[in-house]
Structures are given as structure tokens and as C-alpha cells.
Design a protein around this ligand. Sequence first.
Ligand code: G3P
Length: 222
Amino acid sequence: MQIYLDSANPGEIEEALSWGVISGVTTNPSLIANETGGSASLVQRICKILGGKKPVSVEVLSTAAEDMVKEARRIALLAPNIVIKIPMGVEGLKAVYQLSQGVERVKCNVTLIFSVNQAILAARAGAAFVSPFIGRLDDIGWDGVGLVREMVDVFTKHNTDTAIIAASIRHPRHIHEVAMAGAHIATVPFSVLKQMISHPLTDLGVERFLRDWAKTRTDEVF
Ligand code: G3P
């Protein structure tokens, strides 16, 4: 399973990339609104940090299909590695269909997916990615990981080549579970990515190795 960073913060993105574990970035309007400066220049900066190759999802704000398509085309011109995030809905499906069929073949990530049926429709319309929001489903007492499991099952049974990005990840257990469920990608906030690294027994283990060495060895370490 690939890991994307769910962030619009250039510092976080640079740091996570240096760990060698990040295959792409997803942003959304809320994440971009938290950052300073112009949104177009921020997006270009993020795309450059990703080397102009690894995908960066950027969401449209328009709500009518024709406006979404125009906005998507403007956003797509900012960098070669942009994927357009489009919210699920009738207008969103129309926009995805136009963008994925058009000569420019803009890649779309259909966002705010909360059911298998929504995922099937997004894939049929031509989405390259679908983003089920598992944390927000858990918040209302539903089973976010269960949705990802069912989506993987349906897409596998029907040879659907749309990639499933598990989004709205709240804690490291979510990542373990969506990986087990077969999600192709998990998009992870920086705070959760850091949590994934740590385990108290790892920290204790390092401490113990250093302590044992210091007890008997006075020579230089290798
Ligand atoms: O980027 C979309 C998604 O990951 C948002 O997560 O925490 O706002 O539900 P959250």
C-alpha cells in the first residue's frame, strides 16, 4: 500500500519526503486555507517539492459541472503532477466524465465517498482515484474500514482499475486496517505518520543497547 501525505504544508511535506515513504500528496480546501500565501503559488510549490512527478491532489471549489471543468483545467496547468479532486455528486460525475474523456485526460480523484455505490459510479465516470473518508464515517458510528474492505472486494471482483485512497485517517490503527483491507493508498496526516514510526519497545530497546554497550566497552564505536 502506498502512503500519501494529507497536507498542504510545505515543511511537513519536505520532511516526510526525506523519510522515503511518501508516494504522493492530497490537499483539500480546508488544508490549503490553513496555510499562508496565494493558493496557486502554494500548489506549485508543493508540486515542485514532489519533483513534478508524484501526484498532488487539488480540489475544485466550483459546484456546477461546467465551472468544475474550467477550474480543473486551470488548476491542471499549474504543474504536470496535479490530480483534480472533485466532490461526489451529479455535477461532480459530469465533470469527471468530461475531464477523463477530454484530449487532456485530466486525472480525477473523486472525494467525499461514503458508500460502495458512490465509488462504483465515480469509477464508471472515469475517476483515476476514489477517496472514502473513513474517519468521518466512524464519527457517525459507521464502519469506515468496513467500507474500504467492501470497495476493494467489489473493485477486485469487477477488475476496476480505479485506485482506492483511504482518507480521513485519524490514528495509526486505521492505516494498519486499511492496508489489511487492500486499500491501494492511505493518505495520512503528518501527525499520524509520526505516530506510525513510534513504539515504546523500540525506544526502550535502543536505550538498552546503548546502556549495555556503555557498561563494558570504552573503545570507539566501530
Ligand atoms: O483530505 C481529505 C480527508 O483526509 C480529510 O480528513 O480529518 O478532515 O476528515 P478529515
